[in-house]
Design a protein around this ligand. Structure first.
Ligand SMILES: Cc1cc2nc3c(=O)[nH]c(=O)nc-3n(C[C@H](O)[C@H](O)[C@H](O)COP(=O)(O)O)c2cc1C
Length: 274
C-alpha cells in the first residue's frame, strides 16, 4: 500500500472555513510574552509560519478572560491590553496570506499556588483536586464555573471581532477542561460530575457559551487528548483507561488535517452541534 502525501496539499473546506492545504500547526506554548502581551517578535514568529505555507496556525495556548487561567507570567492573555498585540499578530499573518486561531487555555489546578499572574489568588478546579487525592482548593462554586465559561466566551468574541479565523479550546493534558473530564479530579455531586457523559458538561457549556458569543459561522474547535504526552509535568493526572481516542466517540469529529482536533460548529441554539 502506498501512502501518498498528495491529499495533504489539497484544500480543506468546512462551512465558511477554507484551508489551502491540510497542514495545521499544532499549538505550542512559547512563554515569550512578558506581562502576558504578545510583542513584535511573536507577530514575526507566526508570520514566518504563514509565509512557509501552513494551512492553519493554532496559536500557543493563551488565557481566556479569567484571572487564574495562567501558571506562567510569559504566556499571553487573550483579553485586555494583550488584544493590541494580537491585532498585530493577525495583521502580520494575514499579510502572508495565513489563517490563524487562538487556542484558549485554562490551566485549572495545574497552576501551582503562587504561580503565574495574580499569585495571591487560588486556582480553580472542579473538586479542588490538583491530582487524585490531593486537595489544594475548595471545589468550584456554580459562580466560579459561570465566571470561567463567561471568560472563554468573552475571549472568543474578541477573536472574532479582531478577525481571527476561529478559536480553539484546549480540552486536554490535565488542564481545567480535562480536570472536569477525569473521574480522578472530578468528584462533583452536581450536574458537572458523575459518569463520563456528565463530566463533559463543563466543556459543552464552554462551547455553548462561545457559540452564543460569536456568529454562527465562526469556527470553534476543541483539542482532545492525543495519548501519552511526555512534555507534561509529572503531576498530570493519570490517563483514563479508555482508548486514547475515546474523545472521538462523544465529540464527533469534523477532522481538520492530521492534528486530531475537532471542529465544533454550531448555531446559537441551545443544542451544541459538533
Ligand atoms: C513545547 C511544547 C509546547 C506545547 N504547547 C501546547 C499548547 O499550548 N497547547 C496544546 O494543546 N498542546 C501543546 N503541546 C502539544 C502539541 O501541540 C502536540 O499536540 C504534541 O506535541 C503532540 O503532537 P502530535 O499530536 O502530533 O503527536 C505542546 C508541545 C510542546 C512540545
Amino acid at each position: 500500500m502506498s501512502l501518498s502525501p498528495a491529499p495533504l496539499f489539497t484544500p480543506f473546506k468546512l462551512k465558511n472555513l477554507t484551508l489551502p492545504n491540510r497542514i495545521v500547526m499544532a499549538p505550542m506554548t512559547r512563554s515569550k510574552s512578558p506581562g502576558q502581551i504578545p510583542g513584535e517578535d511573536v507577530a514575526a514568529y507566526y508570520a514566518r509560519r504563514a509565509e512557509g505555507g501552513v494551512g492553519l496556525i493554532i496559536t500557543e495556548g493563551v488565557a481566556p478572560d479569567h484571572p487564574v487561567a495562567l501558571n506562567d507570567h510569559n504566556v499571553p492573555n487573550f483579553h485586555g491590553d494583550a488584544l493590541d498585540g494580537w491585532a498585530k499578530v493577525l495583521k502580520a499573518v494575514k499579510a502572508q496570506g495565513g489563517l490563524i486561531m487562538p487556542q484558549l487555555w485554562h490551566t485549572g489546578l495545574m497552576r501551582k499556588p503562587g504561580s503565574g499572574p495574580n499569585p495571591h489568588m487560588t486556582g480553580v478546579g472542579p473538586s479542588g483536586l490538583a491530582k487524585p487525592g490531593k486537595k489544594v482548593a475548595e471545589p468550584m462554586s456554580t459562580a466560579d464555573i459561570d465566571a470561567v465559561i463567561a471568560g472563554y466566551a468573552t475571549s472568543a468574541r474578541h477573536a472574532e471581532e479582531l478577525g481571527f479565523d476561529g478559536v480553539e479550546i484546549h480540552g486536554a493534558h490535565g488542564y481545567l477542561i480535562d480536570q472536569f473530564f477525569w473521574e480522578g479530579t472530578n468528584e462533583r455531586p452536581d450536574a458537572f460530575g458523575g459518569d463520563m457523559i456528565k463530566r463533559t458538561k463543563f466543556a459543552v457549556e464552554v462551547i455553548k457559551g462561545i457559540r452564543a458569543a460569536v456568529s454562527k459561522s465562526f469556527p470553534c474547535s476543541c483539542a482532545g487528548r492525543s495519548g501519552s504526552n511526555k512534555t507534561m509535568p509529572s503531576n498530570s493526572p493519570p490517563r483514563p483507561k479508555r482508548s486514547k481516542n475515546s474523545w472521538n466517540h462523544w465529540l464527533p469529529p469534523a477532522s481538520i488535517a492530521s492534528t486530531a482536533r475537532h471542529a465544533a460548529f454550531g448555531s446559537r441554539s441551545s443544542r451544541t452541534r459538533t
